[in-house]
Design a protein around this ligand. Sequence first.
Ligand SMILES: [Fe+2]
Length: 222
Amino acid sequence: MVWRTLSARMKELLPGRAADEFMSGLAALRLDEERIPALADVSRRLHAATGWQIARTPGLLDAHDFFTHLARRVFPCTDYIRGPHELDYTPAPDCFHDIFGHTPMIMHPRFADFYQKIGQAALACKDPAVEEGLTRIYWFTVEFGLVKNPGGLRIYGNGIISSSGETLHSLSEKTAKRPFVPEKTAAQPYDIWHFQDVLWVVDSFNHLEKEFVRWAKEHGLL
Ligand SMILES: [Fe+2]
């Protein structure tokens, strides 16, 4: 019921707002619109496309476990779904956020590689200040990133895509949009309880991966 409502709502909202790469990943996954999809099916399609797999996890993993999964091209997926009173936003990820929000982008080869590198870099990180920067980069790309598409500015961040309120807010005048530069993004604090004021824009997923690798190498993480 919650899945069906959220899925129908987002399918109406996303065309023209979500990145072309997200929309084609979503189409290729052929997610069930009526009920929570079987994780094994999603995992199989993901694996065929980019070599990633899904592991079911009961709740939030600690950071080390989470990044260990990513470094092995395994996406940890919660098996809980938000309540009907949380349709607009849930700060704790649920399976709508994880499956509908995250897996379509992992179908994209460049993003899939970038996502693994985030995991690898995080595991190599020893300096708390660099770790904080990495967490912010993660937040403002994977969860809240925007990309320039031929048709205009589009959303690829899963935290935005799995929330209709955040989807409308992110493309509005209410958010400042800045070009993604890892050094600058890493210096930008975020707030998980409110809509974001500043969002970062990548030119493409090649650009995202290239810039992230440059930053990570400069910090000895890759
Ligand atoms: Fe997420």
